[in-house]
Design a protein around this ligand. Structure first.
Ligand SMILES: NC(=O)c1ccc[n+]([C@@H]2O[C@H](COP(=O)([O-])OP(=O)(O)OC[C@H]3O[C@@H](n4cnc5c(N)ncnc54)[C@H](OP(=O)(O)O)[C@@H]3O)[C@@H](O)[C@H]2O)c1
Length: 253
């Protein structure tokens, strides 16, 4: 029996990069996976193709989390689709992965940049958790994708990194609050991972120089993060809560 058989998961930002790898991994482990995206409908369909091609199951749904009501659109659509598909709208695993980065120093950041990053990276996950808590089964999982930028100083991340620190702090607070329901809440802190967001980690020369700051000597791949998410989502990860777990191969230790 697969370790997530019978479970239902929502992965935000699953059209590309780390979110896609998480969605594919959770589905391969047996979960029914809701593949959320913002604009990249074709990419989200590709994620679903990968899931179904490996014998898994899922569905796609869109919501713009930069919009103040985006979390509500997402939770209503998700629960409505679950009701239609399964006759019940409870679920087991929420992965807050969608995020944006905007490499600027403090001198360059505008108020609009600041508001957008706080909205997508912290406010939307916060209110998505709030909206979905009544539907999250006892014994469930909340996994927030933070960043190792929350523990190391990158001068072009003066808004991004604090939004990720906020997610880590929120995880610790909710772990205590939701412990009585057997729900675990953790944050993962990826390091440089080769995705659209981190083009440098995809570039042959630049990634070699980033790799020199990483104990294990290479940049991360989305699957490196996804496998840890799947572990935390499984029964084997059930004794870990309130933690911010570095998944960077030992970057800037
Ligand atoms: N890559 C790294 O080096 C790295 C390191 C540390 C932490 N992280 C974190 O890991 C997570 C995933 O990053 P990634 O590298 O996989 O990024 P990515 O390849 O740029 O993918 C971002 C995902 O977020 C979604 N998204 C962006 N803006 C959105 C919005 N306004 N509303 C709803 N969804 C939105 C995108 O949807 P569309 O495709 O529809 O646009 C996409 O699915 C992020 O939280 C990021 O901060 C990444």
């Amino acid at each position: 029996m697969k370790r997530l058989a019978g479970k239902v998961a929502l992965v935000t930002g699953a059209s590309r990069g780390i979110g896609r790898a998480i969605a594919v991994q959770l589905a391969a482990d047996g979960a029914l996976v809701a593949v959320h995206y913002n604009k990249a409908a074709e990419e989200a369909d590709r994620t679903l193709e990968l899931i179904e091609g490996a014998g898994g199951a899922g569905f796609t749904l869109a919501a713009d989390l930069a919009d103040a009501s985006g979390h509500r659109t997402l939770s209503d659509t998700f629960l409505g689709m679950l009701r239609q598909r399964r006759g019940a709208s409870s679920f087991d695993i929420l992965v807050n992965n969608a995020g944006i980065d905007d490499r600027k120093t403090i001198e360059q950041v505008t108020e609009a940049d600041f508001d957008r990053m706080v909205q997508v990276n912290f406010k939307a996950p916060f209110f998505l958790i709030q909206a979905l808590l009544p539907a999250l089964n006892d014994g469930g999982r909340i996994i927030n994708i933070s960043s190792m930028g929350a523990r190391a100083s990158f001068p072009t991340m003066p808004v991004y990194a604090p939004t990720k620190s906020a997610l880590s702090t929120l995880s610790r607070i909710l772990a205590v609050h939701l412990g009585p329901r057997g729900i675990t809440v953790n944050a993962l802190m990826p390091g440089a991972t080769a995705t659209d967001m981190n083009a440098a980690a995809r570039d042959a020369d630049l990634s070699r120089s980033i790799a020199q700051t990483i104990a294990l000597g290479r940049v991360g791949q989305p699957g490196d993060i996804a496998r840890v998410v799947a572990f935390l989502a499984s029964d084997d990860g059930g004794w870990i809560t309130g933690q911010s777990i570095d998944v960077s191969g030992g970057q800037r230790l």
